[in-house]
Write a protein of this length. Structure first.
Length: 158
């Protein structure tokens, strides 16, 4: 399958929703090609599926677009920033999820734990201690946040 990266000025496009171009990385021997994306969000998701994209790497993305992409069965790696050549190299070398490629201020998993926090335990007794919880928890978030956690968990093989 193929990987698409949204592009703007030889960098990862800062927002998927308004991106006009993507780079399509094929299998090992296939050439890399540049494609114009449709303007409509639904059309973008369908366009990526038509071109057999299995993974999308992009900058910021709205919750609506994220749902459309995930509904097409495409793995989403959002909130990535950097020069295209560096991002492509990191993707091929399996080091894209390092802090170096995280968008500043996005609060993505490269900057914090997935689902970290505190919460009520399942044990008997009161347990009024202070501490830091970690791991993928049962916190309440909107559907978009939960989908992101599942996506990151599958990417990180948690």
């Amino acid at each position: 399958m193929k990987t698409a990266i949204t592009v703007w000025n030889n960098r990862v496009a800062p927002v998927f929703d308004t991106a006009e171009t993507c780079m399509l990385l094929g299998e090992k021997d296939e050439p890399t090609i540049s494609l114009s994306l449709p303007k409509d969000e639904k059309a973008k998701a369908a366009f990526l599926k038509e071109h057999e994209v299995s993974t999308l790497i992009c900058g910021g993305i709205s919750c609506e677009c994220e749902k459309l992409i995930l509904n097409e069965g495409i793995t989403l790696i959002p909130f990535i920033a950097g020069a295209i050549d560096d991002v492509v190299s990191a993707w091929k070398e399996n080091r894209l999820l390092s802090a170096r490629f995280g968008m500043p201020g996005c609060g993505c998993p490269r900057r914090r734990r997935i689902g970290s926090g505190s919460g009520r335990g399942n044990g008997v007794g009161r347990g009024d201690g202070i501490g830091r919880g970690s791991g993928i928890g049962r916190g309440r978030g909107n559907a978009c946040q939960r989908a992101r956690r599942r996506t990151y968990a599958s990417i990180l093989h948690v």
